[in-house]
Design a protein around this ligand. Structure first.
Ligand code: PEP
Ligand code: MN
Length: 337
């Protein structure tokens, strides 16, 4: 159940409402602050909820949401969530491109790739320092050294950086460097990690679990929101189906569905979504046409030598061509790039 306060309530008034709700026996969840004038409440309180509207000042109405992901839903917030990461606005008219290699493999190659993707028009740099690999014998990432290299690339390019956080033990170290923390597909339902990231006031990109329904994905986002973090990006990255030619089946239809259900920005990762670099340009166009707020694309200077995900990585020149061709698609759907 959502308690919506009058427009223009002050922080003090919000705190007062929270105190009164707690006094009635409700527990109170959700982002706070004077631009957040809605609480999600639950609990065993025996107070007739209509009393809340009548007795607590500053309360405009009570809303009973249509979905279990209450804070992530459009019932909670009709307008789209928009927030800034550095100078980059996420969720607004402009389509945002995050690009870089799957993993940070070394200083020189990362800085070179970072420079190339910036020149091609990327807005945010990606790279994995802690890699979730299927095989324990595969390259696991450079860990803190990788984070330091990414921080150097941020200095050099002026672009914010996004990197994956694998577990709750490394939240602190990753948060020290990253501008956006990525939760990978394998961790979408790592609820301890989500709670920890919910308490952190840093943007989180939440990949869809490879076998998760859209509702499970939005419930995972609800974990972040219910802990107070409203800077959440949803990212469709392909799901497991019976198809084996592609690595995953990129569920483009999840984009309009998630955007209709939720106010959160929705990104698409066509690299993991298909596993094939040739599929990345057409799927990027499809994603933008479907309403995606941004893309997450793997770029590697020499994919054949990549330590991770070479077959799905674009060479920098192909990436530059793609960014150019995406401008037209973005314009067609009323966006910029
Ligand atoms: C990644 O983006 O590097 C990654 C591992 O993605 P996913 O969690 O979608 O497999
Ligand atoms: Mn990868």
């Amino acid at each position: 159940m959502l308690v919506v306060m009058n427009p223009g309530v002050t922080d003090n008034e919000i705190n007062e409402v929270e105190k009164q709700l707690k006094g009635f026996g409700f527990s109170v969840h959700g982002p706070k602050g004077n631009n957040r004038r809605i609480f999600r409440i639950s609990g065993e309180s025996d107070v007739d909820t209509t009393i809340i509207e009548k007795t607590i000042p500053y309360v405009e109405k009570i809303v009973f949401p249509h979905y279990p992901f209450e804070l992530a839903s459009r019932d909670y917030q009709e307008e789209k969530t928009v927030f800034k990461v550095g100078d980059v606005e996420i969720g607004a008219q402009k389509t945002i491109i995050m690009a870089g290699p799957c993993a940070v493999e070394g200083r020189e190659s990362y800085l070179r790739t970072a420079k190339a993707v910036k020149e091609a028009g990327a807005h945010i740099l990606r790279g994995g320092a802690y890699k979730p690999r299927s095989s324990p014998y595969a390259f696991q990432g450079l860990e803190e050294e990788g984070l330091k290299i990414m921080a150097e690339a941020r200095e050099m390019t002026g672009l914010p950086i996004i990197t994956e956080v694998l577990d709750q033990y490394s939240v602190e170290i990753v948060a020290e460097y990253a501008d956006i923390l990525q939760v990978g597909t394998r961790n979408m339902q790592n609820f301890r990690l989500l709670k920890e990231l919910g308490q952190l006031r840093k943007p989180v990109l939440l990949k869809r679990g490879m076998s998760a329904t859209i509702e499970e994905w939005l419930m995972a986002a609800e974990y972040l929101l219910s802990e107070g973090n409203n800077k959440v990006i949803l990212c469709e990255r392909g799901i497991r189906t019976f198809e084996t030619y592609t690595r995953n089946t990129l569920d483009i239809s999840a984009v309009p569905v998630a955007k209709e259900l939720s106010h959160l920005p929705v990104f698409v990762d066509p690299s993991h979504g298909t596993g094939l670099w040739r599929c990345v340009p057409p799927m990027s166009m499809a994603a933008i046409a479907a309403g995606a707020d941004g893309l997450l694309i793997e770029v590697h200077p020499s994919p054949k030598e990549a330590l991770c995900d070479g077959p799905q990585s674009l060479m920098p020149d192909k990436f530059a061509q793609l960014v150019n061709s995406l401008k037209k698609v973005a314009e067609t759907v009323g966006r910029t790039l």
